[in-house]
Design a protein around this ligand. Sequence first.
Ligand SMILES: NC(=O)c1ccc[n+]([C@@H]2O[C@H](COP(=O)([O-])OP(=O)(O)OC[C@H]3O[C@@H](n4cnc5c(N)ncnc54)[C@H](OP(=O)(O)O)[C@@H]3O)[C@@H](O)[C@H]2O)c1
Length: 289
Amino acid sequence: MVNKSRTYQLGNRAVRRMGYGAMQLAGPGVFGPPKDRSAALAVLREAVESGVNHIDTSDFYGPHVTNELIREALHPYPSDLVIVTKISARRGKDGAWIPALSREELTQAVHDNLRNLKLDVLEVVNLRSMLNVHHPAEGSLEAPLTVLADLQRQGLVRHIGLSNVTPTQVEAGRRLCEIVCVQNFYNVAHRDDDKLIDTLGAQGIAYVPFFPLGGFTPLQSSTLSNVAARLGVTPMQVALAWLIHRAPNLLLIPGTASVAHLRENLVADQLTLSPDILSELDGIATERH
Ligand SMILES: NC(=O)c1ccc[n+]([C@@H]2O[C@H](COP(=O)([O-])OP(=O)(O)OC[C@H]3O[C@@H](n4cnc5c(N)ncnc54)[C@H](OP(=O)(O)O)[C@@H]3O)[C@@H](O)[C@H]2O)c1
């Protein structure tokens, strides 16, 4: 069971800090159907039964696959469940990630998410920058963000977030519309956004680290393993607990296609790490990986 007393504001909903990211439920390369559909549905149902009320997804996972699984497993949705999606890409026939940022493509993406999730309004939509597919790159997001703000005014989108962005883009975005969250690559070993996290915290904006466990190649660190052994928990639980301790505005969305891993991950927010352990873990970012 996740810790229900640990919450942070996401738009106008308080969500529990331990959430779930659905990307790993699609097939290999986040393309096509899951290898075990009933296991994927079981993961989603168990996440919500365990108290998760924040699920991250996108219609370009599969494409359509994770949204269809979420709908099948969980619709009609519990009233407190916040499903966050993202737009800005489409998938090629070979699984390629292709930028899709025209007004027509963004509008289509919002409607695809609404249909496949069976929702009338999307609670939070992240505009994911595709200026560089792999990491944040400077450049204007004004045109696509203006489209998303128009879709918000039409009542199709309740709140807007940004993903794969720089601090400059967050500031520019906030001048165009309210930004309720930023979703970037961050974990105990990859800490480019340390300063941004603190800035957003002071502004009451949630920061949602993607790849909290390292992504497709989960984190490997002797420090993580040593701390985990001393505490009698797993390295992945320590990595998640470190994020919970890092700042109150961090919302976690670890991904897994395994019920066993899900159970392991969801209890990580019950762990208390001492100041000595936290400073030991702070050293991981400067280790060689
Ligand atoms: N905005 C963006 O650009 C962006 C990019 C990437 C991801 N995301 C979002 O962020 C979420 C989280 O990222 P992610 O799922 O890619 O990466 P992640 O949470 O860092 O790690 C997932 C990987 O760790 C493994 N894993 C999970 N729990 C484990 C455990 N307890 N022990 C050992 N291995 C474990 C998973 O494999 P198993 O399935 O075998 O457990 C999977 O290979 C995604 O689901 C997605 O919603 C957003």
